[in-house]
Ligand binder design. Structure first.
Ligand code: ADP
Ligand code: SF4
Ligand code: MG
Length: 317
């Protein structure tokens, strides 16, 4: 059963130097209790997409399209209705756990503030119980509720952020690069926390990451974004074992394998096109090993192959 669906999402940022078309015609959904990965290099429009779902974009962003949750398009909700939905139905955790916690507030007060914002009459005892449960479910002892953020390591802070994200038992959790600022060992631990939550909580997760390996590890399906567009959309086994889009294939090759000696990160040669001035044809054409004539003339549409989607002329029948 579909829990949240994004339909034909378009986002443009107005800037002094022109309009950045950050997301173009993106569509995907996440089912109840499933994890959807959104993957792509930096600047592909992943965070813009995730933040748009909760209407957290800055004022220079123009959003068009639909985000359907519980049968209605929440992009049309009033600000007050949206405020009630955030944290309670859909919550988000960000990349940097260092800046997301207030250094002068005890951990418990972060929880209390969140709970009171949705239930002003909540009693302290009840709030402690909710906070303790959330903390314990991410592997942090409830004893630490009275600590300050500086008393926690980066990985522990990210656990606290995840606990805050699930305190009100949301139906969808959006995690925007939750492990990017952490070291490799701690990254693995946080991925473990997300995997556990998937088993124990009745919740869908939208996991945003630049690492296709992470998607393969925890997600059920994946959306690959390139230069603001969804270029491939498939279940995770197919995406990982049989990627169709040339970009997905290259992304897969660039997944660092920590088990082998070679710790150097591999990158895809070339760079993203300028999103203020998008060239004609396929957005990936300058970096694609399979580029053909039509690629520089016409933008490829999405081709459907079985249950999968791919935006590439190679799949035109
Ligand atoms: N507030 C903003 N104003 C103008 N452009 C922005 C803003 N935020 C992001 N962008 C641009 O939108 C594009 C997509 O950014 P983003 O969604 O952050 O990508 P990702 O999360 O995949 O790294 C990038 O070209 C970025 O420079
Ligand atoms: S449409 Fe052409 S340039 Fe674009 S990814 Fe496919 S083959 Fe490569
Ligand atoms: Mg981002």
């Amino acid at each position: 059963m579909i829990n949240l669906e994004v339909k034909n999402l378009n986002i443009k940022y107005r800037t002094r130097n022109g309009t950045v078309h950050a997301v173009k015609d993106a569509s995907f959904f996440v089912r109840k209790k499933e994890t959807l990965g959104i993957v792509g290099e930096s600047g592909c429009g992943k965070s813009t997409t995730g933040h748009a779902v909760l209407r957290l974009l800055p004022p220079n962003a123009l959003t068009d399209g639909e985000v359907v949750y519980n049968g209605s398009n929440i992009l049309k909700y009033s600000n007050e209705k949206m405020r009630q939905l955030r944290g309670k139905d859909i919550s988000i955790i960000f990349q940097d756990p260092m800046t997301s916690l207030d250094p002068i507030m005890r951990i418990r007060d972060h929880f209390f503030e969140l709970i009171r914002a949705h239930n002003p009459k909540a009693k302290e005892e009840e709030m402690r119980e909710m906070a303790s449960n959330a903390l314990e479910s991410v592997g942090v002892s409830a004893k630490r509720l009275d600590n300050y953020p500086f008393e926690f390591s980066g990985g522990m802070r990210q656990r606290v952020m995840i606990a805050l994200g699930i305190t009100l038992k949301p139906s969808v959790l959006i995690a925007d690069e939750p492990t990017t600022s952490l070291d490799v060992v701690v990254q693995e631990q946080i991925m473990g926390v997300l995997k556990d939550l998937k088993q124990t909580q009745d919740m869908s997760i939208i996991l945003i990451t630049h690492d296709l390996g992470v998607v393969a590890e925890v997600a059920d399906s994946g959306v690959v974004m390139y230069a603001g567009e969804v270029v491939e959309y498939a279940d995770v086994q197919n995406l990982y074992n049989n990627p169709l889009h040339p970009y997905t294939q290259l992304l897969l090759k660039s997944v660092p394998n920590i088990k082998i000696d070679d710790m150097e990160l591999r990158y895809i040669p070339g760079s993203l096109p300028d999103l203020k001035n998008i060239p004609q044809g396929c957005r990936f054409k300058d970096r694609c090993p399979f580029v053909k004539d039509i690629c520089s003339k016409k933008e490829p549409p999405i081709f459907k192959i079985d249950e999968r989607e791919v935006r590439c002329w190679l799949y035109d029948k």
